[in-house]
Every structure is written in C-alpha cells, then in structure tokens.
Design a protein around this ligand. Structure first.
Ligand SMILES: *[C@@H]1O[C@H](CO)[C@@H](O)[C@H](O)[C@H]1NC(C)=O
Ligand SMILES: *[C@@H]1O[C@H](CO)[C@@H](O)[C@H](O)[C@H]1NC(C)=O
Ligand SMILES: *[C@@H]1O[C@H](CO)[C@@H](O)[C@H](O)[C@H]1NC(C)=O
Ligand SMILES: *[C@@H]1O[C@H](CO)[C@@H](O)[C@H](O)[C@H]1NC(C)=O
Ligand SMILES: *[C@@H]1O[C@H](CO)[C@@H](O)[C@H](O)[C@H]1NC(C)=O
Ligand SMILES: *[C@@H]1O[C@H](CO)[C@@H](O)[C@H](O)[C@H]1NC(C)=O
Ligand SMILES: *[C@@H]1O[C@H](CO)[C@@H](O)[C@H](O)[C@H]1NC(C)=O
Ligand SMILES: *[C@@H]1O[C@H](CO)[C@@H](O)[C@H](O)[C@H]1NC(C)=O
Length: 386
C-alpha cells in the first residue's frame, strides 16, 4: 500500500512526465528558418490596434430605446468588452505571433514590449487578451504548467492627460477646430444629413441632434444589431445608410487640416518617431521589439488619414490594426506600414505616403510628417498651462 505521501508523489510523476516532455519539445523545437523572409530585416514594430466587440455606452443609446437599461447588457454593463470581443482580440494576438514569431523569439522579458492603452476597461482588457495570444510563457517562464499564460504589464495615462491615444477626450483645443470645419461645411452637412438629424430627433425624442451625437448613435445601432437586440423599425430609414457615411465622414472632419491632424495623430506620431530614433541610436532598452497601443477605431482612422495613406471608406473593424514596421535594408532604416482591416487574410500594404515609397527611408518619413508634429503641449491644451 502507498502511504498518502507516496501516492501523491506517484500522481505528481504521472502528471509531470508528459508535461516535461512537452516542455522539452517546445523549448528545443525552435523553427530553424525564418517563416516570413521579411522578418530578417525587421528591427522594431509599432502596433496600434482596436479593442474587441463591446456593449453600448449610454452616449450610443437614446432614452426612447426600449433597450436603454443597463441590464440588457448583462453581465457586461455599458461600454464593456463582450465574450465575442474577447475571442477576437485573443485571436489577434495569436495571428500576430504567427506574423512576427521569428522576430519576437520565444523569451519575453521586461524590455521586450512597451505597452500603452487608453483609460477604458475595454482597451485594457483587450490588450491583456491580445498578449495572452501573442506571448504565452515558454520554458523557464512557465510558472503554472496548466495555465500557459504569463502576466505582462501595461501602462496608461488618465484620459485628460492622454495626448497620444485619447486626444479626442483630453485635448481642449479640439472642439473649436472641429466646429470650425463643421461650420464651414454646414451647407453641405445640412443638405446631406439635415433630414437624418430630423428623423433621429423624432425617433429618439432627443432635441438638437448634433453630428457627433448621430455618429455615436450609429455605433449604438451597429452594436445592438451585433448583439441580436431588435432595432426600432424607424431606425432603418437612416441605418445603415446614410448614417454609416456620416460616421466615416467624421474621420475626415477631425483630420481636415494641419492643426487637427497635429492634435489627432501628431502626439502619437511623435512618440513613434522618438522611440524609433532611440532604437536606431541604441538608446532603447536591450531587446526592445514592439511598442503596442490599445485604442479605438478613431485612432486608426485618424492616423490613416493624417498621413494620407488610404482613403478610408469603412470603419476600422474590431481588432483591426496598423503596424508601423521599422526595417533595416542595406544599412538603411525605413518604415513599412501595414493595415489589417480583415478585408483579406493578409494585412493591406505596405501602404504608401503620397510622396514616399513602400519602404520609406526613416529620415524621409520624418521630414514628410514634420508638419503635423506638435512642438509642445500647447497644440493640445492651448496656451493655458496644464
Ligand atoms: C516581404 O517582402 C516581399 C518582397 O520584398 C514582399 O513581396 C512581401 O509582401 C513582404 N511580406 C511582408 C509580410 O512584409
Ligand atoms: C470600468 O467599468 C466600471 C464598471 O462599469 C466603471 O465604473 C469604471 O468607470 C470603468 N473604468 C474605466 C476607466 O472605464
Ligand atoms: C473656414 O472658412 C474660412 C473662410 O473661408 C477660412 O478662412 C478658414 O480657414 C476655414 N476654416 C477651416 C477649419 O476650414
Ligand atoms: C461660420 O461660418 C460663417 C460663414 O462662413 C462665418 O461667417 C462665421 O464667422 C463662422 N462662425 C464660426 C464660429 O466659425
Ligand atoms: C415621427 O415619429 C412618429 C412615431 O413616433 C411617426 O408616426 C412619424 O411619422 C414620425 N415623423 C417623421 C417626420 O418621421
Ligand atoms: C443645439 O446645439 C448647438 C450646438 O451644440 C447649441 O449651440 C444650441 O444651443 C443647442 N440648442 C438647443 C435648443 O439645445
Ligand atoms: C473636410 O471635411 C469635409 C466634410 O465636412 C469633407 O468633405 C472633406 O473631404 C474634408 N477634407 C479633408 C481634406 O479631409
Ligand atoms: C532581455 O533580453 C535581451 C535579449 O533578448 C537582453 O539583451 C536584455 O538585457 C534583457 N533585458 C532584461 C531586462 O532582462
């Protein structure tokens, strides 16, 4: 008869032998050759992605909506990542692991990644899940043999201070500039969407529907449809079109001129450029591979439009991403930009800046975007010191 302790030792051995074999195999079966040839020239990746599927925020809903109450979105609550969204961003992480496997290698350490998210529950949860797919522990970093997950830290700025990822909330100069564009285009906007605003006012019971409110309601309708919650019959008179066009056009409004592009994309671009310079000059932490940004569809659309890289005709879908890849080819550092919008299996790209090549030498890239790089915090907060 086994004693209690012996019995447990036996169980432990029986369980651990296959696990040790698995561990041995995965630690030694490192692919010998680069899966994607291009990874051999890769030096650094700046990755901006959109969170996964979510429930509506109150600003996406109207009080007349029979599904306004939060218990309709049980167990998530307003504005939160859903289970469908969790799967989507986890899969994103696994796909990025495939795309960058050889470049990233297997061993993660504190220097490998630098991660910023916006101050939203859904973007924080999304980046956690993305990282679970991107970087499961291997070998000596396995701390629990049945949970192949490792904690990886992220950072965020409070919304009011987040110039890089939430300028639409934090930058006090934004509204007046957007209103100026709207005002200048008011004839066009009224001709194209005036009727839509009236229908929305009548249907929602809200007075004074603004362009921005219509934009938010469009997201609400989309989300409700995705959750299989019925929409009021009147909604279909404006949804999906022309509300969908209105929503997409908003990205053109918020990037309509140099000042707006500076606010909406300039601070993030400045960080991307600084981080790249540090990498090139050997000032970044040893082994730095990727800067990851967990944000929103508006971050992606604004960057695409601010750099005139793509005519945006669709909303950047959940878990879409922009990858700003820094390659060194023949001793020249340069930028290749890819956009995964799931219109096909591979991301689009390399996308071109109008005056550069698909592989855009870094110095040239910097000189082309210089016009929308902020000089200080003033572009975001105005002359009042913050
Ligand atoms: C890799 O480079 C080849 C040739 O330069 C190009 O055709 C291909 O699209 C690139 N793939 C990626 C993932 O960058
Ligand atoms: C996270 O969600 C909770 C519950 O809805 C909410 O109270 C909190 O404000 C959210 N935090 C952020 C940063 O969005
Ligand atoms: C608005 O129109 C005025 C007068 O045509 C022009 O000076 C100004 O630059 C325009 N503003 C924007 C943001 O387009
Ligand atoms: C709005 O546009 C009109 C006509 O272009 C102009 O007269 C007015 O000053 C503008 N108002 C603002 C606040 O920009
Ligand atoms: C306003 O809404 C009511 C129902 O709430 C509807 O009967 C009516 O046709 C609507 N009017 C317009 C102009 O859409
Ligand atoms: C409607 O919205 C505009 C722009 O936000 C504002 O100036 C105006 O006072 C509002 N009118 C009413 C009746 O709320
Ligand atoms: C500026 O905004 C208007 C809509 O108000 C849009 O038609 C136009 O294409 C925008 N211009 C740019 C350069 O994005
Ligand atoms: C992380 O790994 C790299 C090699 O990939 C190494 O150069 C660096 O010193 C390591 N950093 C830390 C903090 O361990």
């Amino acid at each position: 008869m086994f004693s209690y302790n012996q019995k447990h030792k036996m169980e432990f051995l029986l369980i651990s032998i296959p696990l040790i074999l698995l561990w041995w195999q995965s630690c030694n079966a490192f692919p010998a050759r680069s899966f994607y040839a291009n990874q051999s020239t890769l030096e650094l990746v700046h990755l901006l992605f959109r969170h996964g599927d979510r429930t509506p925020e109150t600003n996406n809903l109207d009080p007349n909506n029979p599904y306004y109450a939060e218990n309709n979105y049980y167990p998530y609550g307003y504005g939160q990542l859903t289970n469908v969204g969790k799967v989507r961003v986890y899969e994103l992480g696994k796909n990025l692991r495939k795309r960058y496997n050889n470049f990233l290698g297997k061993a993660w350490n504190m220097s490998s990644l630098d991660i910023l998210t916006t101050d939203y529950n859904r973007t924080k949860m999304s980046v956690e899940l993305m990282l679970a797919g991107l970087w499961p522990p291997t070998c000596s970093s396995i701390w629990n043999p049945v949970l192949l997950w490792q904690p990886i830290p992220y950072n965020y700025e409070k919304r009011a201070n987040d110039k890089e990822l939430s300028p639409f909330l934090g930058c006090t100069t934004l509204d007046a500039l957007v209103n100026e564009v709207m005002n200048n285009s008011s004839d066009y906007i009224n001709a194209r969407y005036g009727e839509v605003f009236r229908i929305l006012e009548n249907g929602t019971g809200l007075q004074n529907i603004t362009y921005l409110k219509a934009f938010f309601l469009y997201f609400g309708f989309t989300i409700q449809e995705n959750l299989n919650i019925p929409l009021d019959y009147w909604v279909y008179t404006v949804y999906p079109e022309p509300l969908r066009s209105l929503a997409i056009e908003y990205y053109y409004v918020e990037t309509n001129n140099t000042k707006l592009r500076t606010i909406m994309s300039g601070y993030l671009l400045k960080k991307i450029i600084t981080d790249t310079q540090n990498k090139i000059n050997g000032f970044s932490p040893q082994g730095r591979k990727m800067h990851i940004y967990s944000g929103h569809e508006t971050n992606i659309a604004a960057l695409l439009l601010s750099l005139d890289m793509l005519k945006v005709v669709e909303l950047p879908p959940y878990a879409s991403y922009l990858a700003v890849e820094i390659h060194r080819i023949d001793e020249i550092y340069g930028v290749k930009i890819f956009y995964q919008d799931y219109s096909s299996e591979d991301p689009r790209g390399p996308l071109k800046l109008p005056e550069c090549e698909e592989f855009c030498p870094f110095e040239r890239f910097v000189s082309l975007v210089e016009g929308i790089l902020p000089k200080s915090d003033e572009e975001c907060y105005g002359s009042s010191t913050k």
